[in-house]
Design a protein around this ligand. Structure first.
Ligand SMILES: O=C(O)c1cc(=O)[nH]c(=O)n1[C@@H]1O[C@H](COP(=O)(O)O)[C@@H](O)[C@H]1O
Length: 303
């Protein structure tokens, strides 16, 4: 993000987009689409985010294309975020973690999106493996879809989403001002943690000067005033924020800057359909990425 700015390009090979690119809705069409997007993104976006379901829809052939896409992104020096939105009970979560975050997996990505709605601690195997292999996680907190509110906003100023974000902050070494000193291991953190261990008004960051932690949060750029209404203060998060909703879902760069007013430099905005609609020409794709990236950078570079 420091080198290439705040844009993540989603690789979302919707059948309609394949058609617009004059590609068949086959594994071959999928491969051309994904690799061309990686080629365009290299040096023009901080990360690409392949949407796993749109590959999975082609079965094993789709997964083979996804494996190749992740390999090519790594070879081109583009960070990859596998948008798999995984979350499961602990024992099987370990297998998901291994698929997306272990060094020897053919599907290894630099980071993976996770759903904490089976309980944040159910994600522990993935958080631990990411830490061991130097990768990252992005935990869904306030999603960009309107239906998310019916679960995530529950509790009001003591909301479910606020609890998830407090847990993410703890992963990144942020602790409440009046809690016992944080142990260095995540387990130690948990042991001292009451349900409301991270009073969101009072979190302090123990490693601000050391850069962002590896546990990110997903917060849609379309959440509007929700952060304010739920009294969620993102300043103690100390991790990157993946913000989908920019572009096709209606949020422009000004809206992204408004929603993330106090943490703008930590935001990585995702655009999928909006950028991809400029394909199949690589140069047009790149121009669209550059425009989005510059527009976002102008609004997000300062807190
Ligand atoms: O985790 C995600 O990436 C995600 C979370 C969320 O809250 N909202 C959201 O739109 N996304 C993903 O971000 C992408 C948005 O695509 P566009 O609306 O085409 O830019 C899709 O791949 C979604 O699955």
């Amino acid at each position: 993000m420091r080198e290439l700015g705040p844009l993540c390009v989603g690789i979302d090979p919707h059948p309609g987009l394949l058609d617009a690119w004059a590609l068949p809705a086959t594994a071959q069409g999928l491969e051309t689409f994904a690799l061309r997007t990686v080629e365009a993104a290299a040096g023009h976006a901080a990360a690409v985010k392949p949407q796993v379901a749109l590959f999975e829809a082609y079965g094993s052939a789709g997964f083979a294309v996804l494996e190749r896409t992740l390999r090519e992104a790594a070879a081109a020096g583009v960070l990859s975020i596998a948008d798999a939105k995984r979350g499961d009970i602990g024992s099987t979560m370990a297998a998901y973690a291994s698929a997306w975050l272990s060094d020897d997996s053919p599907l290894a990505a630099d980071a993976v999106t996770l759903s904490p709605y089976l309980g944040f601690e159910s994600l522990r195997p993935a958080l631990e493996l990411a830490a061991r292999t130097g990768r990252g996680t992005f935990v869904l907190a306030l999603t960009s879809n309107p239906e998310g509110a019916s679960v995530q906003h529950v509790g009001g100023t003591d909301s479910v989403a606020g609890e998830i974000l407090a847990a993410v902050a703890r992963e990144n070494g942020t602790r409440p001002r009046d809690a016992a000193p944080a142990a260095s291991s995540p387990d130690g953190f948990r042991a001292g943690a009451g349900r409301h261990e991270a009073n969101r008004d009072q979190i302090v960051t123990s490693s601000e000067s050391a850069g962002l932690g590896s546990c990110g949060a997903v917060i849609g750029a379309t959440v509007g005033e929700a952060l304010e209404r739920l009294e969620i203060d993102l300043r103690g998060l100390n991790g990157p924020i993946l913000a989908p909703g920019y572009g096709a879902q209606g949020a422009d760069a000004a809206a992204v800057a408004r929603v993330f007013e106090h943490v703008r430099p930590t935001v990585l905005a995702n655009s999928s359909r909006d950028v991809l609609s400029h394909g199949p020409d690589v140069r047009s794709l790149r121009d669209a990425m550059d425009r989005s990236r510059e527009e976002l950078a102008a609004r997000l570079s300062r807190a």
